[in-house]
Design a protein around this ligand. Structure first.
Ligand SMILES: Cc1cc2nc3c(=O)[nH]c(=O)nc-3n(C[C@H](O)[C@H](O)[C@H](O)COP(=O)(O)O)c2cc1C
Length: 324
């Protein structure tokens, strides 16, 4: 499959494994890249810039294919010194960065000076247009279905992706709700040049999380996510577990972030990721968990998605339009 995205990045499949806090390690990114997609390591998973430098070196040793680093600004903590992370990324030789959270504006000069292509991930067409004006190479648009932060406007990909594709000149990557070949074929039909997936890559052999969590996602259906932090205007889509239910109740009663802080802490999330106890903390998952029913390797996943999408386009869609 060739799209403007595969051509621009030098990858085989129009698929990106999106940045994932605590999940986007060198091993997962390299496995996604070796499978022909674009693997993305998540900078803030490493507590210091020096550790990020080492993780990027590890990723380079695991793949000779292109991979990217995700830099999420502002969502996790405002105490982070982003300039030091940007410095490490710029000096590392990485050629692609996925920015998210806030505008990439403060870092564009440094990335441009090092010829790093920026893919900015956002949740609204106006944010995508602003990023395009800043000179990003592509935009990923996260629809309401996505894991993590879908924004506050609740527009699903079925409308958001064509609305973005109509107005933007740079390639649009559809993100949120994509998990299989049907999704890839649909995204291409909507005007996207590829798909970005988080939840689906989390349920692969190489994802560095406990099998128990992967199994819970295999078992879940599409109704088993919750929106938390709505009242703080920092909405997050997570697995509907006892933690999410408690947070929603506290918010309904008018509670502030201080009252949910401990429940959603990184420490508790780590307990869930490492023990497989889905109720131990907040677990970021998207609606497409309902479409996932296996735990393949990244290579099996990417091959299946591409071949299923090709079959849908060539046989089903072509068959419908050429029906006698
Ligand atoms: C466990 C997990 C952690 C995530 N952490 C981040 C993050 O730190 N930064 C970011 O930009 N996106 C993050 N995301 C969002 C993904 O990169 C991607 O945009 C999203 O998962 C797409 O929706 P999908 O899950 O339906 O594929 C995360 C997603 C998951 C599942």
């Amino acid at each position: 499959m060739k799209t403007r995205l595969t051509e621009m990045l030098g990858i085989d499949a129009p698929i990106i494994c999106g940045g994932m806090m605590r999940v986007g390690t060198a091993e997962l990114a390299a496995a996604a890249s070796n499978a022909g997609a674009l693997g993305v390591m998540t900078a803030l998973t490493l507590p210091t810039p020096a550790l990020l430098e080492a993780e990027i070196e590890k990723c380079k040793s695991l793949t000779d294919r292109p991979f990217a680093v995700n830099l999420t600004v502002g969502v996790v903590s405002t105490k982070i010194n982003y300039d030091d992370y940007v410095d490490v990324i710029c000096k590392s030789g990485v050629k692609v960065v996925e920015t998210a959270g806030r505008s990439p504006e403060p870092f564009m000069e440094a990335f441009n000076a090092h010829e790093i292509k920026v893919i900015h991930k956002c949740v609204a067409v106006r944010h995508a247009l602003k990023a395009e004006r800043l000179g990003v190479a592509a935009v990923s648009i996260d629809g309401f279905e996505c894991a993590g932060h879908p924004g506050e406007e609740d527009v699903t990909c079925l409308v958001l992706i064509p609305a973005a594709a109509k107005k933007l000149t740079v390639p649009v990557i559809a993100s949120g709700g994509f998990a299989d070949g049907r999704g890839l074929a649909a995204a291409l039909a909507l005007g996207a040049e590829g798909i970005n997936m988080g939840t689906r890559f989390m349920v692969t052999q190489e994802a560095p999380i406990h099998e128990g969590i992967k199994q819970k996602i295999v078992e879940m259906d599409e109704t088993q996510t919750s929106l938390i932090f709505r009242s703080f205007r920092n909405t997050a889509r997570v697995y509907k577990n006892s933690v999410a239910e408690q947070v929603v109740e506290i918010e309904k009663a008018g509670g502030d972030f201080g009252q949910v802080h401990e429940l959603v802490s990184g420490k508790n999330q780590d307990v869930a990721w490492t023990t497989g106890n889905i109720d131990a903390g907040m677990v970021t998952v998207g609606m497409c968990g309902g479409l996932i029913d296996d735990i393949p390797t990244c290579a099996e996943l990417v091959d299946t998605i591409v071949s299923d999408a090709e079959q849908i386009i060539q046989e089903r869609l072509y068959g419908i339009t050429n029906a006698a």
